[in-house]
Design a protein around this ligand. Structure first.
Ligand code: DAH
Length: 330
């Protein structure tokens, strides 16, 4: 029996010498060291020896197991190392890396950032107001009484009698003037909501950029110069635009600003970008600013239409469909 133990040990060491890859090493482990392997079985046989031989058999079996296991572990280590080195050799550093898709800002966000930057350079601070607005800020303080016909195109999306989704960014003017004394020079970007029928230039939700300047001796010349400089900075020095007389309850006099815009057939026509005017004294009265001492001007421009004009986009709906083939172009 003891000779048999010796033989198993010798065979095991001999076949380990021939192992030169990991698969063969695993076959060896199954044959000798696994639960049903020959060396494991050998250890189980110690109990079958007559009592006087048992200690010797135990010693021999354990010695063989220790020797074989040591050689096995060492071989395993060096085979794994060799495999690692080999795979390292095969890294092709000229292959392109795995691209990480980090996304980017939406064209409207890009436009807002650019607008704030341009007006920032002209000395305007930035103000924000809530999209859920009350009647006072959206209408009353802006000189739009309950029965005023100017409410019609604005009157929608009520949450209760006194609360609605704001129909323009002009309420931010009121919020700024309630909290700040003149001189005031702010722009306010944000979403507004209207009961408009959707087409290539209209949406029920869109963005506006509001501006408000209040100081002593401010005139319409300041307004026209600022708008002119803004349009030429944002759209290029040759951009044609015009003032068209208009009416807003919160400005007197009032005007609309038109830009030439091409439709999808390439045909150009004047398209309204927004309204502007000299702040009506009633608005100053509503917020407690002395209308004898101060004058001011304001505008509210549609941000989508500015972006459409700048990038040659012919349908406003493209901006909200979130089709990546469209968005990736900006
Ligand atoms: N709030 C107006 C609108 O949404 C636009 C507007 C007109 C804003 C005149 C102004 C302004 O600040 O002075 O149609």
């Amino acid at each position: 029996m003891l000779e048999q133990f010796e033989k198993i040990g010798k065979d095991a060491l001999a076949s380990l010498k021939k192992v030169n890859h990991l698969k063969a090493l695993e076959d060896f482990r199954v044959k000798y060291l696994a639960r049903k392997g020959q060396i494991t079985k050998m250890l189980g046989q110690i109990g079958q020896f007559p009592a006087e031989q048992r200690a010797q058999a135990g010693q021999l079996a354990n010695k063989i197991k220790k020797e074989v296991t040591e050689v096995f572990e060492q071989l395993k280590k060096s085979l794994l190392q060799a495999q690692q080195e080999k795979s390292r050799e095969f890294v092709d550093v000229t292959l392109p890396g795995i691209a990480v898709n980090i996304g980017k800002t939406h064209v409207i966000t890009q436009t807002i950032n650019e607008l704030l930057e341009i007006f920032g350079r002209m000395g305007f601070a930035v103000a924000y107001g809530p999209e859920v607005e009350d009647e006072w800020h959206n209408f009353i303080a802006l000189n739009i009484g309950p029965e005023h016909p100017a409410r019609d195109p604005f009157d929608a999306f009520y949450i209760d009698d006194n609360t609605l989704l704001r129909s323009h960014t002009s309420p931010v003017q009121i919020r700024v003037m309630e909290q700040t004394k003149p001189p005031i020079r702010v722009v306010a970007p944000g979403r507004v909501y209207r009961p408009d029928t959707v087409d290539a230039t209209h949406m029920y939700m869109f963005y506006q950029l509001e501006a408000l300047v209040v100081d002593e001796g401010v005139s319409m010349v300041d307004m026209k110069t600022t708008i002119d400089q803004f349009i030429h900075t944002f759209l290029g020095p040759d951009t044609k635009w015009r003032f068209r007389p208009s009416f807003f309850p919160f400005t007197e006099p009032s005007a609309e600003v038109d830009l030439m815009l091409a439709d999808k057939t390439g045909k150009e026509s004047w398209v309204e970008m927004g309204g502007c005017g000299m702040v009506d004294p009633n608005v100053f009265d509503a917020v407690g600013i002395d209308s004898e001492k101060y004058t001011g001007w304001a505008f509210g421009f549609g941000i989508e239409r500015l972006a459409m004009r700048k990038y040659g986009i012919t349908d406003i709906r493209l901006l909200f469909e979130n089709d990546l083939r469209f968005l990736e172009q900006f």
